[in-house]
Ligand binder design. Structure first.
Ligand code: ARG
Length: 288
């Protein structure tokens, strides 16, 4: 589906005929998948014997980047590092809120070098409030900001102790959520933030207690079906109006449209072979 609305200079796309949803301009960090490949397996989606088409991954990633630019967002790029095939998943590189950078410490040795590489990018780009954390955490993969609250995943990658560490660092309430299904190993594979107070998620990815927490916080959330979750439909990026998500998540497209959002389908099938899609490729640089 073509993107017909661009963000006007004042940041609003109000169009009463379609919806009153308002997009705000975002600053995003991405990493070109020049060295992308599936050479190891650290989640159930990754099968190194299946073969990866790096050129196709590059074209699909480039289309996502163009969509962000067409929508009026700013995209910064970090240089990919040879030997770090998962570095394309910029969401894992840090969590940035109010201009403060909480560095990532990866669970698996295959990705540990990405943490310092991302932190260096922030140092070189004028960020002064940086933390090299004590506990394992995989950046925005497990820390999602909803208004002035941070939702934090644990169970597979991020250590629950990193949640307290992030709360102290950002000075914002951090709500812990336990992931229980290995296919949804990062919070951003099972839940997406749509606006300052709305989310969509797949309940079965969470423990019973965390499902109850989500119901209490977001009684009107969009609930994803197993089919939409399985095509990574929740690995989505929203600017408040446009929601970029895998094209195959057709049920979510319908639900989002009914709520006044504009779903924008993206094909990132080659990156799904590593267990990632739209949101994984996108780190939001949130200023105060
Ligand atoms: N292959 C990567 C891993 O398993 C994929 C990371 C996806 N990123 C995300 N934000 N969910 O670590």
């Amino acid at each position: 589906m073509p993107v017909t609305d661009t963000i006007t200079p004042n940041g609003s796309t109000y169009d009463a005929r379609q919806s009153s949803r308002v997009a705000t301009r975002r600053r995003l960090l991405m990493c070109r998948p020049r060295h992308y490949d599936v050479t190891y397996s650290i989640n159930p989606w990754m099968n190194p014997s299946r073969g990866t088409d790096t050129a196709l991954a590059l074209r699909q990633w480039e289309r996502l980047r163009e969509l962000y630019l067409e929508l009026g967002h700013t995209v910064e790029e970090i240089d990919p590092v040879e030997g770090l095939p998962d570095m394309v998943f910029a969401a894992n590189g840090a969590a940035v809120v109010d201009g403060k950078v909480f560095g990532a410490r990866f669970r698996h040795v295959e990705r540990t070098a990405e943490g310092p590489a991302y932190l260096r990018w922030f140092e070189e780009h004028g960020y002064r409030d940086l933390l090299w954390p004590e506990h394992i955490n995989e950046g925005e993969g497990d820390f999602l900001t909803v208004g002035r609250r941070i939702l934090a995943g644990t169970g597979f990658r991020t250590d629950v102790r990193a949640h307290t560490e992030a709360q102290e660092f950002f000075g914002l309430p951090v709500t812990s959520l336990r992931l229980v299904n290995p296919e949804y190993y990062h919070l951003d594979t099972a839940l997406a933030v749509l606006s300052n107070d709305e989310v969509m998620y797949y309940p079965e990815a969470f423990s019973p207690g965390s499902q109850a927490v989500l119901r209490a916080l977001f009684p009107n959330a969009v609930i994803a079906t197993a089919e939409d979750a399985a095509v990574f439909g929740l690995n989505a990026f929203s600017d408040g109006r446009h929601v970029l998500l895998p094209a195959a998540a057709t049920g979510l497209h319908t639900q989002l449209r009914a709520r006044g959002f504009e779903p924008v389908g993206v094909e990132l099938t080659e990156l799904l072979k590593a267990g990632g899609s739209v949101k994984c490729c996108t780190l939001e640089l949130r200023e105060r």
